[in-house]
Design a protein around this ligand. Structure first.
Ligand code: 6PG
Length: 258
């Protein structure tokens, strides 16, 4: 059993339904932002990477609602992407476009704090461009690992989902990108999902202080049970974090054994 926090050993936070789930997670993100900013000093922003898919959309809509929007430190938060479908941001399947529509268009976040993944050019070159953006904005040249606490985290929070095939970010089963431990961002073409993808790699996700999985619905229960049983054939199982990995889920997704 690895010393550092992983998807198989991380804490489980279970809520009766999706409404309670997203409210609790939204408050948790606010608390993490406030704590990070208090600890980090005036120049250190709160850095968070967000996922796409359907489950987090209710969370983004809640964060855009006036009650929450007036409490969140938008001006001191930098927003990155965990992954995206390599389509124009105007495309219905674009995670970046979805985030812009559901969240960023409704809150006072400076445009210069939003780092969507590129949506044009060659996908491999686009992955290089996004990695260069992460290096430039964070000032990091190497990624911290769980062992060395001297290097600051790449991200304070990395918000992940999980598919019914055990994929997370755009790390799909059987894909070469699963063994890419050098790049921070990679382009890949999943065999079982539409569109070329850009995705953070395992080392980039592992360089996040707090990794949070948001999963909901009974259709995720079987995969979650297998991840918790250390099934290494599932990409989500290999996810780790610097400080902690936490599962935010509704009761329906809670495996009978976890
Ligand atoms: C994407 C996501 C992906 C997502 C899972 C779960 O681009 O699709 O980043 O990793 O988190 O597919 O998706 P659902 O929330 O729709 O089940």
């Amino acid at each position: 059993m690895s010393a550092h926090p992983t998807a198989a050993t991380g804490a489980l936070k279970v809520f009766p339904d999706r409404e309670h789930l997203v409210h609790a997670l939204a408050e948790h993100l606010l608390a993490l932002a406030e704590r990070t900013l208090a600890e980090g000093g005036a120049d250190r922003p709160f850095r968070i990477a967000l996922s796409g898919g359907s489950t987090p959309q209710a969370l983004y809509a809640l964060m855009a609602a006036p009650d929450y929007a007036r409490r969140f430190p938008w001006a001191r938060t930098q927003f990155f992407m965990v992954d995206d479908r390599f389509v124009p941001h105007s495309h219905a399947d674009s995670n970046g476009g979805m985030l812009q529509r559901l969240l960023f268009d409704h809150v006072p976040v400076p445009k210069s704090n939003i780092f969507l993944m590129p949506d044009s050019g060659a996908s491999t070159e686009a992955a290089r461009r996004y990695e260069a953006t992460l290096r430039r904005v964070t000032g990091l040249n190497t990624l911290p690992t769980a062992g060395n606490t001297t290097t600051p985290p790449l991200l304070d929070v990395c918000l992940l989902g999980m598919g019914t095939d055990g994929h997370t970010a755009s790390l799909f089963p059987g894909q070469d990108v699963l063994s890419n431990h050098t790049d921070w961002v990679a382009a890949c073409t999943p065999a079982t999902a539409p569109h070329i993808r850009l995705t953070l790699t395992y080392p980039a996700i592992a360089a996040s202080r707090h990794v949070i999985f948001l999963v909901a619905g009974a259709d995720k229960q079987a995969m979650l049970a297998r991840v918790r049983a250390q099934d290494t054939s599932l990409p989500a199982t290999a996810i780790s974090g610097l400080c902690d990995v936490t599962w935010y889920m509704d009761q329906a997704a809670m495996p009978l054994t976890a």
